[in-house]
Design a protein. Structure first.
Length: 96
C-alpha cells in the first residue's frame, strides 16, 4: 500500500481511486498534533492495515519533528501500545 502525505492527512487510494486507509490530524500547539481520525476500508480490516498506516504516520511525525496525542481511540491505543518504540513522537499529554 502506497501512502500520500498532505497537510493534516495521510492516506492511500487503490487503482480505482477508492479510499483504502486514512489518518487525519490537526495542529494543536507548537510542534504537536492531535490524531483525530483513522479509517481502514472494510476490505482491508483485520489484515494489519491500520497498524501499517500508523507506522507511516509515526515516521512522518518523527521526520517532521512533531509530537502527537490522539483523540481517535484507535490511534490513542496504538500510540500507548507502541510507546517504547515511538517515545520521541508521543506528547506528554497523551491520555492513558
Amino acid at each position: 500500500m502506497e501512502f500520500q502525505i498532505t497537510n493534516g492527512r495521510i492516506f492511500s487510494m487503490d487503482e480505482h481511486q477508492e479510499l483504502m486507509a486514512e489518518t487525519t490530524y490537526v495542529y494543536t500547539k507548537d510542534g504537536e498534533v492531535d490524531i483525530d481520525h483513522t479509517y481502514v476500508n472494510p476490505v482491508l480490516r483485520g489484515q494489519g492495515a491500520a497498524g501499517k498506516m500508523m507506522e507511516v504516520v509515526a515516521k512522518h511525525l518523527r521526520d517532521s519533528g512533531l509530537k502527537a496525542t490522539a483523540t481517535c481511540s484507535y490511534a490513542n491505543a496504538w500510540l500507548r501500545k507502541n510507546r517504547a518504540s515511538y517515545a520521541d513522537i508521543i506528547s506528554d499529554e497523551l491520555s492513558d
